[in-house]
Write a protein that binds this ligand. Structure first.
Ligand code: ME8
Length: 648
């Protein structure tokens, strides 16, 4: 059977710790890739798993005081739970302690021994246990491991070797003939230089200390963990036991990993092993960059590792957004913030910024305002746009083409950027067409066309972001009333014309991404600047008595209607309900809030302020808003609080 499946892999992770934002990254990206290919209608196979036969895994178990087998079972289960909690939809999870894998490793060892690619010899050298790698004297840096900087041990062993040196020229020729084989381009040179320096044969066995896969016929030794681990990519898909399946999946289309295990292991050792077995090489090996947190290396000892699931939970608790959506925000951030391949730095400030600007202000706003206006002007019924729809069709088609090409080239941040340009164009279109003016002038056909066109953009965005933000995509589809058909949509459906059935009634908007109150994170507010802030507030404000404060009549008010004040760009006129009376107030928030988005919300209002005329409009009261670097952020109250309730 010819190859018919798109096959993507992640490294298999050592089970000595639980994933943090750094090592979750590769798996999140692989999930995005797999979802993208499924969305294009391709049969896809996404493999991840755990690397369990390493000495460091046995050491971690010993440290935890648990039998190694029990330890790896527990951690492999924990990994699977973490991936489930991050919406990772892999097709298979391989563990290197599984029989299906061990049998293939043994068979490959025997075969390569028989054909002379593995031979027995004596070896002495510097060995780094955490990196599971031998180094020559000249490779050491200050006598320490060049990869991790830790102490190395002098190891003398009778071992089996893999004849890596025999493959140098073939590897170079393959790299030369397949420009897309090693990516990103800038890492390719590193590989070529490494191979050109001369490849030594690799010792692929170690003394058996009770953990690992014993060498067939020589149980005093175990198979080197990297030789064993790399084989997972073929043992999981049927190599040597299900030829038909194997031929339909192998070679892998994309193997993802961090730059740490790119050059030596995945671009040299692995392809040489495949060549020795007479197998095709993967189409693309991609070595992505390294994530740091606040500019620092992520490390267990520093205790700065952030779990993506915890991050999503904290964000959900703070913002009121759903947990799944917050998780999507993490996935979005990691794919958008850096060019895939380069290093990235995670900081709460930049994460919150993206949440507020890209998700709440751009995407959330386009959905909310369109659905609010649909509710206000058409009773939430999809209008018959009588030929006026599709006004944004060109940009939808352009974006679908550009984003697809970018995803195909693994340029995820460019793909997302282009989708967000389309969303911005949708928001600008609504601003420019002024649906509120069309409504006032009774131009209902045109108004229908504007709203229908805006809905088309929201739908197109929801389809294209689905590989990155699956829960958000479903939530938007639900609010658009098209959730049922969404599961079967493909990328080509992005450009469907007239995708909504006129007359269908859909629900009102439910904000998906409530804005986060401040761009300064708790984590970043050091004790010092908290103290400074407190001092500044004390200096700024004169202390008042409670009596003085109680003179202010602060109440919860419900916004009944909102509109722009003609000729005043910054002002909105609101009618609010205070429980037993209605009032009109004018607020200088038009730059930051669409009038439709305020309707139905509960605000905090100072009711006993002297009435005033602002730009000729009566204002009887004032709403409260926080001043965030010059931007007004309205204080909204919980929906449950009744209008008129006193605030004190
Ligand atoms: O090396 N930034 O497993 P491992 C980006 N078992 N990616 C990161 C990262 C960070 N800060 N930290 C970890 C192994 N990663 C072997 C692999 S494959 C046959 C055997 C990711 O648990 C990145 O993909 O040390 C890196 O290559 C991988 O985790 C290392 O995982």
């Amino acid at each position: 059977m010819p190859k018919s499946v798109y096959y993507v892999t992640t490294p298999i992770y050592y089970v000595n710790d639980i994933p943090h934002i750094g090592n979750a990254y590769t798996t999140i990206v692989a999930d995005v890739v797999a979802r993208y290919h499924r969305l294009k209608g391709e049969k896809t196979f996404f493999l991840t798993g755990t690397d369990e036969n390493a000495t460091k895994v046995a050491n971690a178990a010993a440290e935890a005081g648990v039998p190694t087998r029990q330890y790896v079972d527990k951690l492999a289960g924990d990994f699977q739970k973490v991936w489930a909690s991050l919406a990772i939809e892999y097709d298979d999870f391989i563990r290197t302690t599984e029989d299906r894998h061990v049998r293939v490793v043994e068979a490959i060892f025997k075969r390569l021994l028989d054909q002379g690619d593995i031979f027995k010899g004596h070896y002495e050298g510097w060995y780094c246990i955490p990196c599971e790698t031998f180094f020559s004297e000249s490779e050491l840096v200050d006598g320490k491991c060049p990869e991790c900087g830790r102490a190395v041990e002098w190891v003398q062993e009778e071992n089996y070797y893999f004849r890596l040196s025999a493959y140098a020229n073939r590897l170079l020729a393959h790299i030369e003939a397949h420009p897309e084989f090693l990516q990103p381009e800038f890492r390719k040179n590193e590989v070529v230089n490494f191979i050109k320096q001369g490849l030594r044969d690799v010792s692929i066995t170690r003394t058996n200390r009770g953990w690992g896969i014993p060498v067939p016929g020589d149980p005093s030794k175990v198979i080197y963990v990297w030789f064993d681990a790399l084989i997972n990519y073929i043992s999981a898909v049927g190599y040597l036991y299900d030829e038909e399946r194997f031929n339909s999946i192998w070679p892998a289309d994309l193997q993802l990993m961090g730059k740490d295990i790119f050059v030596r292991f995945h671009c040299t050792f692995w392809p040489a092993m495949l060549m020795a077995l007479g197998l095709d090489l993967p189409k693309v090996l991609f070595g992505h960059g390294w994530w740091s947190i606040d500019g620092e290396k992520i490390s267990k000892s520093k205790g700065n590792a952030i779990s993506p699931a915890k991050l999503a939970e904290n964000l959900a608790a703070e913002s009121g957004a759903k947990r799944d959506v917050c998780l999507d925000a993490v996935r979005y951030f990691m794919c958008r913030e850096v060019t895939f391949g380069s290093d990235g730095d995670f900081s709460m400030a930049s994460f919150r910024n993206r949440f507020n600007s890209d998700l709440a202000n751009d995407l959330g706003n386009l959905l909310n305002r369109t659905l609010s206006m649909l509710s206000k002007y058409f009773g939430s019924k999809i209008p018959d746009s009588k030929g006026h729809s599709g006004m944004l069709r060109d940009i939808i088609v352009e974006t679908a083409t550009f984003a697809e090409a970018a995803c195909d080239k693994l340029e995820f941040s460019r793909a997302l950027e282009s989708i967000w340009q389309m969303i911005a164009a949708g928001n600008k279109f609504v601003n420019d067409r002024e649906p509120w003016t069309l409504a006032k002038q009774g131009r209902m056909d045109e108004l229908a066309g504007v709203l229908y066109s805006a809905l088309e953009v929201v739908r197109a965005a929801a389809i294209m972001i689905s590989p990155f933000m699956p829960a958000t995509s479903c939530e938007i589809a639900r609010q658009l009333g098209v959730l049922n058909e969404f599961g079967s949509l493909k990328w080509t459906n992005v450009t469907d014309s007239k995708p909504f059935e006129p007359g269908i009634v859909i629900s009102g908007p439910e904000p998906i991404f409530p804005r986060l109150g401040s761009t300064i994170s708790a984590q970043h507010t050091t004790r010092e600047n908290a103290r400074e802030k407190k001092g500044a507030i004390e200096q700024m404000t004169e202390r008042i008595s409670y009596d003085y404060f109680s003179k202010m009549d602060l109440r919860i008010a419900e916004v009944k209607s909102a509109e722009r004040v003609e000729g005043a760009e910054k002002l909105l006129k609101l009618m609010v309900n205070l429980g037993d009376e209605e009032r009109q107030i004018v607020a200088g928030i038009a730059q930051w809030y669409e009038p439709e988005c305020l309707v139905g919300r509960k605000i905090v209002m100072l009711t006993n302020l002297q009435p005033a005329k602002i730009r000729g409009v009566d204002s009887d009261g004032m709403l409260l808003a926080a001043d965030v670097e010059g931007r007004a952020v309205v204080l909204f109250a919980d929906e449950q609080v009744p209008a008129g309730a006193k605030v004190k």
